[in-house]
Design a binder for this molecule. Structure first.
Ligand code: ADP
Ligand code: MG
Length: 700
């Protein structure tokens, strides 16, 4: 198929554009080519066949078209209020029309006593209906018959308007475009079976600009949205298939003694259904000979650490080492401690490597990793450093992924000749639709089930004015033997402010909970890691009952006896952060509470967030709401992925289309992963023309 489409022509080749206007179109609207203009869709259409009456005008009305006769044309006012006014009269009443600009031109072009068709937005001035700068044209009986039903309205800019390119004139350019191109320039790219009940591609582009009816417009939009989503999904599927086929991976053929012994003798609890499913998915992945690149999404407390351990045991069974990376030293240490406890009766060597590991110990670990005496190493970024060399790294588990960049992951891969399997675990649930689009090329598991016997956390929102009663409540919990967290926001602009906030808070907490009856730990960013560690440790062991801190404790910390989480200035936190923080409690058998303190003055959006927190504990539901409030592209843990740059589709509003597109793409790629079959030629050539970054050489 020919790819030399007219659509790649520069915009100045379009009749009526020329170099000057072309320059402006490029600068103002990023319209460089015919293709860009084709995709500059109208943001709405005006039905010009509908003519209203002046009597029917109401204040809540947006645009209206009226037919009437002009009476009295006057120029009144001076300077900035100088304007041309005239009255338009129909059978039901009169309305004032006014122009503040282009007065001379208007004056020349309208005639008193003649009939005009007027279109514009109605505004009310001193209680009187008025139209400022309406579109106006002489009314001729035949005008109506000739008019296309729905006229497109395009976005324009002040600069363009000044150069004679207003919404209407851009419409003219689009009309010219459609005169110059033909259906050969917009070939079909969906296979036949997806075209039943769906508008063809060329027709859809024509109808989205110049619809012959509302119904056809809707069909056109639906078709183009589906196409957008479908193509994106096919692309992601092909990338995934390509990776599976062409990335050489380590083969973990068997599940052996380490895994089996642990599973039958040392597993402290029955796995949840979700945990069983995920470990099975991982086992299948690593046994296929390609590199696993799996994202595990699990809500806070769903038991991801156990998944990491089981996967690492499989690696050990196949003679490979594993590493587990956490974003903070506190977390790394916690993982190390819990894994060590679980593995205490197992012949597994496990080490902890962080920035504060002492030189001697560090030397021992580096040697152990190189000589294969150490099976598992748990740590922070320290693991990525080049001096850390493995004998045979087979699996890298990355916990709480959104703190690690892609580049850092890449450094991990370089630690063995064949890239190790990678399991990324994140506790910031991402809505399904977002995951499908942003991570569609990864292997993806979800753990949407919590271990049994957990009591749902009770969450309430209180204003700061009732802090005293909140403190009293916390006291009753502490008296029962429980522990509590007090979290203060990290003020991003100023570390100093955050620090002062925290210190003030600390003093306040201390005045309610005086020593020596109560003991308080504090952790914050200015402490040395040893200090942090000591304070955390005292809280963990129950030596202190209260932990005051900033968001250092946001991720992963596991102290099952803690039953209260108080979040100060909760309006300053995002939803996923609040959810993470709340996840620090509710880890034991006792009823837990989360108290969100905010200022009375918190904004509307912030209050909406707090309300959501009070109504659900489900991280996936929260993520959906977050997406609705903030829109895509801004959600923690998502890559700035090209897959999200849709022109028409919107993953929030077009969920159903997305699901359908995904299913269709999956089936197509499953059946014909190289797109060789004749019916898929259309999509294949389309992808090639789009220069998709797919290893075509490899799959051809
Ligand atoms: P997260 O997914 O947030 O990282 P963790 O791995 O820290 O969760 O697990 C949270 C708590 O739940 C831990 O105390 C862990 O021992 C416990 N846990 C994990 N899986 C189960 C299970 N299947 N049954 C009971 N408790 C479990
Ligand atoms: Mg965790």
């Amino acid at each position: 198929m020919s790819t030399a489409s007219l659509l790649s022509n520069p915009i100045e080749y379009l009749k009526g554009v020329g170099p000057l206007r072309a320059d402006l179109l490029k600068k103002e609207l990023s319209l460089f080519t015919f293709n860009d203009l084709l995709h500059h869709f109208p943001h709405r259409h005006i039905d010009k066949t509908k003519v209203g009456t002046i009597a029917s005008i109401t204040p809540d009305m947006d645009f209206i078209q009226i037919k009437g006769v002009l009476q009295g044309i006057d120029i009144i006012g001076v300077k900035r209020s100088k304007r041309l006014v005239t009255q338009l009269k129909d059978e039901t009443g009169t309305i004032e029309l006014a122009w503040f600009q282009g007065i001379t031109w208007v004056q020349k072009n309208i005639v008193e006593g003649q009939a005009y068709l007027v279109f514009g937005r109605v505004s009310f001035f001193n209680g009187k209906a008025q139209m400022v700068h309406p579109e106006i044209e002489p009314y001729v009986a035949t005008t109506m018959a000739q008019k296309s039903l729905l006229e497109p309205v395009y976005s324009s800019t002040e600069k363009l308007k000044a150069r004679g390119l207003n919404a209407k004139q851009i419409g003219k350019l689009t009309q010219t475009l459609f005169q110059q191109i033909s259906d050969r320039d917009i070939p079909e790219n969906l296979p036949k079976h997806l075209l039943e009940n769906r508008m063809g591609r060329w027709e859809a582009y024509r109808q989205i600009h110049f619809p012959s009816s509302q119904a056809n417009y809707k069909k056109a939009v639906d078709r183009l949205i589906f196409e957008e989503l479908f193509i994106a999904q096919v692309r992601l599927n092909l990338i995934k298939i390509d990776r599976h086929k062409n990335s050489k991976g380590l083969l973990f053929e068997k599940v052996g003694n380490y895994f089996n012994t642990f599973y039958s003798k040392h597993l402290p609890f029955e796995l949840t259904g979700a945990q069983k499913r995920v470990i099975k998915e991982i086992r299948q992945d690593v046994g296929k000979g390609y590199q696993m690149n799996r994202l595990l999404q699990g809500d806070v407390g769903s038991g991801k650490t156990m998944i990491a351990l089981l996967a690492m045991l499989i690696a050990a069974d196949n003679g490979f080492q594993s590493c587990l990376m956490a974003p903070t030293e506190i977390l790394a240490t916690q993982h190390y401690e819990s894994l060590s406890a679980l593995l205490k009766e197992m012949p597994i060597e496990i080490a902890l490597l962080t920035g504060s590991t002492k030189i001697g110990e560090r030397r021992r670990i580096l040697k152990g990793l190189l000589e294969d005496d150490i099976h598992f190493v748990v740590g922070t970024h320290a693991i990525i450093e080049d001096v850390v060399q493995f004998k045979n790294l087979g699996l890298a588990v990355i916990d709480e992924q959104h703190r690690f960049g892609v580049a850092q992951r890449a450094r991990l891969w370089k630690k063995s000749t064949i890239a190790p399997h990678v399991l990324v675990m994140t506790a910031t649930p991402i809505p399904r639709t977002l995951a499908m689009t942003a991570f569609g090329d990864l292997d993806y598991s979800v753990m949407d089930e919590l271990p049994p016997g957990r009591q749902p956390i009770k969450t309430v929102h209180r204003y700061e004015t009732s802090r005293a009663s909140v403190m009293d409540f916390v006291k009753t919990e502490i008296v029962k033997g429980r522990q509590a967290y007090y979290v203060y926001p990290l003020i991003e602009e100023s570390e100093k402010l955050s620090f002062e906030d925290l210190m003030q808070g600390y003093e306040q907490v201390k005045s309610f909970f005086p020593e020596p009856t109560y003991k308080i730990s504090m952790v914050h960013g200015r402490q040395s890691s040893v200090e942090k560690e000591t304070n955390m440790h005292r809280f963990k062991t129950g030596d202190t009952q209260i932990l005051v801190g900033t968001t250092v404790i946001e991720v992963g910390v596991n102290v099952p006896n803690a039953s209260v989480m108080v979040i100060e200035s909760a309006e300053k936190f995002g939803l996923s952060q609040l959810h993470q923080l709340r996840g620090r409690v509710g880890r034991g058998k006792e009823q837990s509470y989360c108290i969100l303190l905010s200022s009375v003055k918190a904004g509307r959006e912030a209050k909406a967030r707090l309300k959501i927190m009070c109504t659900t504990n489900d991280g996936f539901v929260i993520a959906e709401k977050d997406l609705e409030i903030r829109g895509p592209g801004d959600i923690d843990g998502t890559r700035q992925s090209g897959a999200l740059n849709f022109k028409l589709a919107n993953i929030i509003n077009d969920k159903i289309a997305l699901e359908e597109a995904r299913q269709a793409a999956f089936e197509l790629c499953e059946k014909d992963p190289t797109l060789q079959s004749p019916e898929n030629a259309v999509i294949r050539s389309f992808l090639i023309s789009q220069k998709s970054k797919i290893g075509w050489g490899k799959i051809a």
